[in-house]
Design a protein around this ligand. Structure first.
Ligand code: HEM
Ligand SMILES: *[C@@H]1O[C@H](CO)[C@@H](O)[C@H](O)[C@H]1NC(C)=O
Ligand SMILES: *[C@@H]1O[C@H](CO)[C@@H](O)[C@H](O)[C@H]1NC(C)=O
Ligand SMILES: *[C@@H]1O[C@H](CO)[C@@H](O)[C@H](O)[C@H]1NC(C)=O
Length: 441
């Protein structure tokens, strides 16, 4: 009997020793690269620190996950989330460089659960050359020239129609309504533009068999290599991929802009002044023109930038190191090993006192006289590098047109403020509700 006990104790001791050894190895993982890993802890086996990463926090708070680790390890630290060895970076210079190194040292590296949200087949997950070509086509569809020449009229019309309908119902949820507006604008773009343009260019090019040495040639070759032809189906899936991304951001940021304006009478008054002046100077009875958007909406644009800064709709972006990459810190060099995930958090820059005085205050005037360059080191709400959001101008134009019609045509008041929570992605536990009626004046 005592022999059995001895054996049992030995076995238990062995199990305990090997588990602790495994745990020790886990939290002190030494990869095969040469160089020094950033400091940090790998948390529990398999789940790592994922649970802490998703811990909810308030709109104006620094994520508790980051706060704790920034204090302990500094602005570059290692961890394990989503079963992946990950390095977090919160410094503007480092983030900017990581964006710049897309497809050289880093490539898009979103964890599966994020990929699922946008659809596994979303064309923007494609790397390298295919991404480059898609990006060019998309820029063509969504860039300033196309917005100005083709889309602004339709967008304006959809926004006016939807607002008129809502005024007849006297109350509306801003997020849901803007979502319908965006879908309507995008659908009409898809119908009128994309399919025909893309099909046209590509069929003509294929039939002519001529080589132009430009991206269309390369894309045709790429796609033929993979035995797919960029046909109508591909054009539709491109539009669909864009639509899925577009639907994500604009409704939320519009709600947040309206929320801030409703709570800041001074800013709302200034915004109204700007838009009434536009109406006074408008010669025809048509909608908002591109010139008005570009040259007569400077305060509106300040409101939009400020809302984007505080909202941080993309609180974390993911890349994967394609090779061992050395990151230089203040007095130290760290190595991010090949295959590791890099999570960048520009939100920390947008909430940084050194860059934005009283960072938690909604203050559109802070943008006065500043050149608004998105993708710059201090303003990365639309990401940066070659992955820079291709819908940035679309989004800003849509918000501007919405605000224009809301403040020039209607009286409105806040019925229900939205309730926001970050996990770290923004969630509306309650939507923003407005009372709305045709303006008496
Ligand atoms: C307020 C609204 C928006 C915000 C804050 C936003 C933010 C972003 C960010 C941060 C990225 C880069 C992601 C990364 O590098 O990992 C991105 C990419 C992208 N965005 Fe937006 N976006 C917004 C609206 C839109 C709209 C309206 C569209 C389309 C009409 C759009 C289309 C895209 C596309 C296609 C990409 C992928 C670009 C690429 O991979 O090259 N976005 N967006
Ligand atoms: C990076 O881009 C180049 C040229 O665009 C391409 O040839 C290469 O395959 C890409 N590499 C990766 C890892 O995507
Ligand atoms: C909103 O409108 C309803 C009637 O349509 C009215 O009873 C209510 O007091 C209004 N609320 C606000 C906050 O203006
Ligand atoms: C917008 O809000 C919805 C509703 O809470 C949320 O599911 C979605 O992830 C948000 N999108 C962004 C980009 O913040």
């Amino acid at each position: 009997m005592s022999f059995m006990w001895t054996v049992a104790s030995l076995v238990i001791a062995l199990v305990v020793v090997s588990i602790s050894h495994w745990l020790y190895r886990w939290s002190n993982t030494k990869p095969k690269c040469i160089g020094k890993l950033p400091p940090g802890s790998m948390g529990f086996p398999i789940i790592g620190e994922t649970i802490h990463f998703f811990k909810p926090y308030g709109f104006y708070e620094i994520p508790p996950f980051l706060k704790k680790r920034l204090l302990r390890y500094g602005p570059l630290f290692r961890t394990n989330i989503f079963c992946s060895k990950t390095v977090f970076s919160t410094e503007p210079d480092v983030i900017f460089e990581i964006f710049r190194q897309e497809n050289k040292s880093f490539a898009l590296g979103y964890p599966d659960m994020f990929v699922k949200v946008l659809g596994k087949d979303n064309l923007f997950f494609k790397p390298g050359d295919i991404h480059k070509h898609l990006k060019q086509i998309t820029q063509h569809l969504l860039g300033a020239e196309s917005l100005k020449q083709k889309m602004i009229g339709n967008m304006d019309q959809e926004i006016r129609n939807h607002l008129r309908l809502k005024a007849s119902e006297s109350r509306f949820d801003v997020k849901d309504t803007v979502l319908n507006m965006v879908v309507a604008s995008m659908t009409s773009m898809a119908r009128r533009e994309a399919i025909d343009v893309i099909k046209d260019v590509l069929t003509r090019r294929k039939e002519s068999k001529e080589k132009h040495g430009d991206f269309v040639d390369t894309m045709l070759e790429d796609l033929e290599k993979e035995n797919t032809i960029f046909d109508q189906g591909s054009a539709i899936s491109l539009i669909f991929s864009i639509l899925v991304v577009a639907k994500e951001g604009v409704p939320n940021i519009t709600s947040i802009a309206v929320k801030f304006l409703s709570q800041n009478p001074k800013a709302l008054a200034e915004l109204k002044r700007e838009h009434k002046a536009i109406l006074r100077n408008r010669k025809d009875k048509g909608g908002v023109s591109w010139e008005e958007y570009r040259h007569s909406m400077s305060f509106t644009n300040m409101v939009i930038s400020e809302s984007l800064r505080l909202a941080n709709l993309s609180p974390v972006m993911f890349r994967k190191a394609l090779r061992d990459v050395e990151i230089k810190g203040k007095n130290i060099r760290y190595t991010i090993p090949a295959g590791w995930i890099v999570a960048v958090v520009p939100a920390m820059v947008h909430f940084d006192e050194a860059t934005y005085e009283n960072p938690l205050e909604f203050n559109p005037w802070r943008w006065e006289g500043k050149e608004m360059i998105w993708g710059s080191k201090t303003f990365m709400v639309f990401g940066g590098g070659v992955r820079l959001c291709v819908g940035a101008e679309f989004a800003r134009l849509h918000i501007a047109l919405f605000l224009h019609h809301l403040v020039t045509t209607y009286d409105f008041s806040l019925v229900q403020d939205c309730e926001l929570i970050r996990t770290p992605f923004l969630h509306f536990t309650k939507g923003l509700l407005l009372n709305i009626s045709e303006s008496s004046k």
